[in-house]
Every structure is written in structure tokens, then in C-alpha cells.
Ligand binder design. Structure first.
Ligand SMILES: Cc1cc2nc3c(=O)[nH]c(=O)nc-3n(C[C@H](O)[C@H](O)[C@H](O)COP(=O)(O)OP(=O)(O)OC[C@H]3O[C@@H](n4cnc5c(N)ncnc54)[C@H](O)[C@@H]3O)c2cc1C
Length: 341
């Protein structure tokens, strides 16, 4: 098979339907049904017209994803992070299973990345490719709200995330001159982050917590003031940065020199820590049987994907989450089938 996730999903749907599977769209599972012995034997759901539907089965596999869309389920310090996942990530499977005594693990962990642009309060875009490319090809810099650089802008994403988390309000501001902005626009369009440059410009009108997501000005200090970045701190940083560029060495963070900050207009974009994947969830064993608080399997209940916690530790490897969803789907299905034979 070639192509990306959409092709994979289409292929799996065709296979599923071809084998006699029935898809019930817009039907939301609400509750697990158990028999008198406590075995899970089905789910109670609500269809799009509000009717209650009961589905019974010999085993149930929860595969309802994570809970990133529900900020109240995450630690307070993450309230300023930007969620870039789906509204359906409401932790339903987690809620249904804990309601019958399932154990949980690592609920306070999410996979974090830098460079989230908050286009809707609390939600946003993963603007990593545009930012990292701009940093490699121009003299743009990241500063905190004091106007200070705090990292080698070309550091690995994990380093950028950790350093951003350590800044006031966990915010990194990318400061670009006209040349850097061209690169930012080019990569944003190439990556289909936005459909056109006009959409990027609408960021100047999106206001969260009293400040826009982006400021544009011929005057760097004015752009900084609009964003809530200390203009004097920023002016000092830029002068020092340009001096280091002239001398050919970043003596502060050892960044490879690819130019200084030159002619405006200047563009400053607010970037927050972003997350989608919740790494915590229900406790499961190696057969993906869901465990109760005492560590005993709940009869008839299995889990796959993000509803199961702990499999990826405190930080997953790149591309590991899709792999986990697929592999855990296979393992849980095999276990469930074995249990009913
Ligand atoms: C923009 C973006 C980019 C990503 N890029 C990558 C990447 O490059 N590599 C990678 O490995 N991972 C990536 N991920 C993460 C990966 O997509 C997820 O980790 C993975 O899809 C999780 O799979 P899942 O089956 O656990 O949950 P989901 O894919 O979220 O599927 C859960 C399904 O359950 C449904 N559901 C939820 N509640 C109920 C309910 N009560 N009743 C019935 N149905 C319900 C949902 O509608 C959804 O269809 C990305 C995610 C996003 C958002």
C-alpha cells in the first residue's frame, strides 16, 4: 500500500466492510454493559437522533482514542498549551472503563512539541515545519517575553520544547525580518499548514488573552509591544545577535550562523507548546486486557490505541503513536478472539 494515513484508513474500512463488519457512524458509546458475574458483554450507545442503542458481544475492545480535548483532565500547568488534535478526543473509553473500576496510569503525561500557533482558544496549528525551515535558512530568532534568546534555534524538537516550557508563560516568540518571513510563508504553503498567505495574515486579528497571535510592523519595537515582548530587551538581543553573526560565531548557544536580522517589515508570531497525544490512560497487560485497580483483568474488556496508557512512557518516539494504535489493535483483537473460542 502507498500513501498516507487516509489511504490506510480507506483500505482498512474496505476490508472491514468486506468481511461483514458494520460501521455505526455518529453513534456514541456511553456505558459498558456487564452481566451478573461482572463480565463486560456490550456497550450502551446513543445514535445521532438521540436513541439509545444496546450492542451485545462476547468481548469489547475500547479504541476511542485519548482525552486531549478535555483540558480539565490534564494538569493545570498545561492549560496554556495548544491542543492540535480532534474534538472527538474526549476520553470516553477511559470514562466508561473507570466507571466500572479500571485502573489508570500516567494521566498527567502528554507528548509535547514546540511551535503551536493558537488559532482558536486552546486549539491550534502544528507550525513546526515552517518554523524550523525558517531558522535553518534565515537569521530569525526565538525569544521569550523578555526579548531574550534562550536556545540554539536549530536544536532538536525535544530540546526546543523543554526550553520553551521553562520560559515565562511557556511561550516562544519567533522574530522574523522580511527575508525570514518569505521562507516562513513558502514552507507554510508547501506543507499545507494554511491555504494562502492571506490566511497567515489573519493571525494578526486572532486575539487570545488580550494579545494577537502575530504582529507585523516596519518598526521592531512596535511589533514587540503589540505582542507583549519587552521592546528594549528585544532591541539589545537583536543588536547582540547581529554582532555575533558578523563575527561568525554564536557564542551564546552555538547556533550555525545563517544570517542576521535585517530589513523589515518585522513579523513576530507567538508559539506555544502543543500536544495531541495523551500518553496516559487505562492500565492493560501485555494481552491488552484492561486491568482493574488491583491489577486483575476485567473480564471481557480490551483496549487498543491511546485509550491504553503507559505503553509509550513519558515521551513517545516519532511516528510511534500510529504504530501503537495499529499494533495494539491487532494484539487486542487476537486476545479477544482467543478468549471467546
Ligand atoms: C494532526 C495530527 C498529526 C499526527 N501525526 C502523527 C504522525 O505523524 N505519526 C504518528 O505516529 N502519530 C501521529 N498522530 C497521532 C495519531 O494520529 C494518534 O495517536 C492515533 O490516531 C491514535 O489512534 P487511536 O485509535 O487510539 O485513536 P483515534 O485515532 O483518535 O480514534 C478514536 C476513534 O474513536 C471514536 N470515538 C471516540 N469516542 C467514542 C465513543 N464514545 N463512541 C464511539 N466512537 C468514539 C473517535 O471518533 C475516533 O474515530 C497525529 C495526530 C494528529 C491529530
Amino acid at each position: 500500500m502507498t500513501g498516507r494515513s487516509v489511504n490506510y484508513l480507506n483500505l482498512m474500512r474496505e476490508k472491514f466492510l468486506g468481511m461483514g463488519g458494520k460501521l455505526m457512524l455518529q453513534t456514541r458509546a456511553q456505558e459498558l454493559i456487564r452481566d451478573d458475574a461482572g463480565k463486560v458483554v456490550g456497550v450502551r450507545a446513543t445514535d445521532k437522533d438521540g436513541n439509545t442503542v444496546e450492542l451485545t458481544s462476547k468481548a469489547v475492545i475500547l479504541a476511542s482514542g485519548g482525552y486531549g480535548a478535555v483540558k480539565s483532565m490534564l494538569p493545570k500547568e498545561m492549560s496554556n498549551y495548544v491542543f492540535y488534535g480532534l474534538d472527538s478526543e474526549t476520553g470516553d473509553g477511559y470514562k466508561m472503563a473507570t466507571a466500572i473500576g479500571a485502573g489508570t496510569i500516567n494521566l498527567d503525561l502528554v507528548k509535547m512539541y514546540p511551535q503551536g500557533v493558537e488559532t482558536v482558544p486552546g486549539h491550534g496549528l502544528a507550525a513546526t515545519a515552517s518554523s524550523t525551515d525558517t531558522m535553518k535558512k534565515s537569521g530569525a530568532i526565538y525569544v521569550n517575553k523578555l526579548g531574550q534568546r534562550y536556545v540554539d534555534e536549530n536544536a532538536a524538537l525535544g530540546v526546543l520544547t523543554d526550553k520553551t516550557v521553562a520560559q515565562p508563560d511557556h511561550i516562544a516568540y519567533i522574530v522574523m525580518d522580511a527575508k525570514a518571513w518569505k521562507e516562513y510563508v513558502r514552507k507554510s504553503l508547501e506543507d499545507k499548514l494554511v491555504p494562502n498567505e492571506e490566511t497567515l495574515m489573519t493571525w494578526t486579528k486572532i486575539v487570545n488573552n488580550g494579545r494577537p497571535v502575530m504582529a507585523v510592523s516596519d518598526n521592531l519595537a512596535d511589533a514587540a509591544k503589540t505582542m507583549g515582548v519587552d521592546p528594549e530587551g528585544l532591541a539589545k538581543t537583536v543588536a547582540h545577535w547581529n554582532d555575533m553573526v558578523k563575527a561568525g560565531k554564536d557564542t551564546d548557544f552555538n547556533r550555525k550562523i545563517t544570517g542576521g536580522l535585517g530589513e523589515g517589515p518585522y513579523y513576530i508570531v507567538e508559539q506555544k507548546v502543543r500536544y495531541q497525544t495523551t500518553l496516559g490512560g487505562l492500565k492493560a497487560d501485555a494481552d491488552l486486557r484492561i486491568l482493574d485497580k488491583a491489577g486483575k483483568p476485567i473480564p471481557g474488556l480490551y483496549g487498543a490505541g491511546c485509550v491504553v496508557g503507559g505503553a509509550n512512557g513519558a515521551d513517545s518516539l516519532t511516528a510511534m503513536m500510529n504504530s501503537w494504535a495499529i499494533v495494539s489493535g491487532v494484539v487486542s483483537a487476537e486476545s479477544a478472539v482467543k478468549s471467546i473460542k
